[in-house]
Design a protein around this ligand. Structure first.
Ligand code: PHE
Length: 343
């Protein structure tokens, strides 16, 4: 038995010699150590020995089996280690290689303008308020001092669902909704989408506005002018100049239009400003006393100013676009260019 064990030991060492691969290793372990393998079946030979010899032989076989198992385990460890090393070296990171950039996309120019305006105006103490896009005639017109037969309703070119329900034509209903739900001092901005039946190079049926409203005691046109001048400078650049031009809106009195010096020519006159040196950027005015009364506020006690900014128009001016449709064509080549503006 001893000599048989010795020659089996040599045979096993032979099978496990050198860089044995996993397949050969598995086959050898099957051959020698599986249930019916050569080593366990040595036990069946015990019956050829006398009862006295059997325990001695059994011990020999057991010891050999323990040795063989340990030997196979050891070789398997070696194979696993070699495999791991191979895998690690294949996966090694070359830190000098250029990285793979994530394609992150860019914010839409209107979103950029909206974010910037919110940033400036919240810095001046305005809170954000949002109203519905589907409005009633009351909030969109009547409460804003635009009665049923008022010609301004025509100018708005409204999308009606019914006599009473419409797509809001401006964010000004936000003024009414805030004044009805809050006591002064009121200082809000209302960003949102608005809708009018208009479609040409500078108009789309859907566009974006941001309303501003401030109501408190002793508010004057000077407050409005000072605030809008700061706003224009923050939005464009510190050297733009602003001016107020008399205008008309039913819900403000007096009403003004605000011009800034042309961003293209700096005020000397060019095609963009039609030779005037000025560009109109928003409508504003002192809240009409009829509107204050409609919202339950005493015009002898309170006064306020309101303004409405067209976000699309500001985006066109800021980013040098001559056709509003560029904003809505969603051409990836245009949108891509706004990555650098996205802070
Ligand atoms: N709602 C007006 C418009 O859409 C703009 C505006 C807002 C004017 C607030 C005055 C005050 O044209």
């Amino acid at each position: 038995m001893q000599s048989k064990i010795d020659s089996l030991r040599v045979e096993i060492e032979e099978a496990l010699k050198g860089d044995v691969n996993r397949e050969a290793f598995k086959a050898a372990r099957e051959k020698y150590l599986s249930k019916k393998g050569i080593v366990p079946s040595l036990m069946t030979e015990l019956r050829n020995f006398s009862p006295e010899e059997r325990p001695v032989m059994g011990k020999l076989i057991n010891e050999f089996k323990v040795w063989a198992e340990a030997r196979f385990d050891e070789v398997e460890e070696g194979i696993k280690k070699a495999e791991l090393e191979k895998k690690n070296s294949a996966e090694a990171v070359d830190v000098t290689m250029p990285g793979i950039r994530n394609n992150t996309g860019a914010l839409h120019p209107i979103t950029l303008v909206k974010k910037e305006l919110i940033d400036i105006l919240s810095g001046l103490g305005f809170e954000i308020f949002e109203g519905p896009e589907i409005e009633t005639d009351y909030y969109n017109f009547t409460a804003l001092n635009v009665p049923k037969d008022h010609p301004a309703r025509d100018a708005q070119d409204t999308f009606y669902f019914s006599d009473d329900i419409l797509l809001r034509t401006h964010t000004s209903p936000g003024q009414i909704r805030t004044m009805l739900s809050k006591k002064p001092p009121i200082k809000v901005i209302v960003p949102g989408r608005v809708f009018r039946c208009d479609d040409d190079a500078t108009h789309t049926p859907m566009f974006h506005q941001m309303e501003g409203l401030l109501v408190d005691k002793n508010i004057t046109l000077c407050h409005l002018y000072g605030m809008l001048d700061r706003l224009a400078k923050s939005l464009f650049s510190d050297d733009v100049k602003t001016r107020l031009r008399p205008s008309y809106f039913p819900f403000t009195e007096p009403s003004v239009e605000v011009d800034v010096t042309c961003c293209e020519c700096g005020g000397s006159g060019c095609g963009l400003c039609k030779g005037t040196g000025w560009i109109e950027v928003l409508g504003a005015g002192m809240v009409n006393r009829n509107v204050l009364i409609e919202c339950g506020l005493d015009p002898e006690e309170y006064s306020g100013f309101a303004f409405g900014i067209g976000l699309d128009r500001i985006a066109m001016l800021k980013y040098g676009m001559n056709n509003i449709h560029i904003l809505f064509d969603n051409d990836i080549r245009t949108l891509k260019q706004f990555k650098k503006h996205d802070k």
